[in-house]
Design a protein around this ligand. Structure first.
Ligand code: ZN
Length: 320
């Protein structure tokens, strides 16, 4: 019997998602725990370890059945060593994640960037299943990216490949980004950016229901903006148009460099569906080489929150 299990872990700023996954990418069990970011995240690894051990016991499975752990973490890290240089939302700085987790759980561990494992998940069983050249972009609080060429995730010389969110989109008067630069793609296409751009637009669109919503509730979310865009609200539509322009333009440039067969758009913002995808495709076509445009399909991500754990399991299955 080729009955192997792998553990996929997707570490985020608020929760740690974990799953047992088999050779066919089927989720056997999934669960999550809270991310304890106190004391620079020093408890995270032992929390994960305890949780995994109790789950293994619960399933009454022999530990030999589990071949390894594939884990995604946010921030800048090196896959080969599993060393995290910096993960701002977690509190880690120069943290030997792979080493600590292996010691704590007693299983081999492989670590990659969270956006990369999400991309791999979509390639294994999601929106890009079967594709070998894939560009993934995740539009959430920030903007992550993953580049797969010839079936392999591209890391670059020091782990920075695929940081699409931090390519420059605005060269004059751009907004300050979390990374310290200004005008990054993230500052004009993340959920955070959508909320900010709508609020900035109240001056020119005082009639917008978004303004009324803001005045009543004290805030609006990116989802409010995207919902209003569906209802043809002018302010919301102008924000979506701006986001789509920057995404279409940036994705066209990356696609012309790597000639992918799929561009997968994921993250909370992508839930807007065609409201966002249609204008992105419009601008993409405007800026991509015609043959590049012909070869690619721009699709929404399919795995949602499971992409990371599934991608993590693929890493454990193929790289350990
Ligand atoms: Zn940036």
């Amino acid at each position: 019997m080729s009955d192997n299990w792998y553990i996929g872990i997707d570490l985020g700023g608020t929760s740690v998602k974990m799953a047992f996954i088999d050779d066919d990418a089927q989720i056997i069990d999934k669960w999550d725990i809270k991310t304890d970011t106190t004391n620079d995240g020093e408890n995270i690894v032992s929390d994960i370890s305890k949780s995994i051990k109790s789950k293994i016991e619960e399933h009454q499975k022999d530990k030999d059945l589990i071949k390894g752990i594939g884990m995604g973490a946010p921030g800048f890290l090196e896959m080969e060593t599993g060393f995290v240089y910096q993960a701002v939302n977690i509190g880690w700085k120069n943290y030997p994640l792979k080493e600590e987790l292996e010691k704590s759980v007693g299983l081999p561990v492989i670590v990659d960037n969270d956006a990369n494992i999400a991309a791999i998940g979509e390639m294994w069983r999601g929106a890009a299943e079967g594709a070998k050249d894939v560009l993934c972009i995740t539009l959430g609080t920030g903007v992550g990216g993953g580049v797969i060429a010839g079936g392999e995730i591209i890391h670059g010389v020091n782990g920075m490949a695929g940081e699409i969110g931090h390519t420059t989109a605005v060269t004059d008067g751009g907004v300050l980004c979390n990374c310290g630069k200004t005008g990054c793609l993230e500052t004009v296409s993340s959920a955070t950016a959508i909320r900010r751009m709508a609020i900035d637009g109240f001056r020119d669109h005082p009639e917008s229901p978004l303004k009324k919503q803001y005045d009543t509730n004290g805030d609006i979310s990116s989802k409010d903006v995207l919902d209003r865009a569906k209802e043809q609200d002018h302010l919301a539509m102008s924000v979506v148009k701006k986001v789509a322009f920057h995404l279409g333009f940036a994705l066209a440039s990356f696609a012309t460099t790597m000639n992918p067969s799929k561009i997968v758009i994921g993250g909370g913002v992508s839930k807007a569906g065609d409201t966002l995808l249609d204008p992105v495709k419009h601008y993409f076509k405007m800026y991509a080489l015609p043959r590049v445009n012909e070869g690619v399909e721009i699709v929404p991500a399919q795995l949602g929150n499971d992409a990371g754990v599934i991608g993590g399991a693929w890493l454990a299955k193929t790289k350990l």
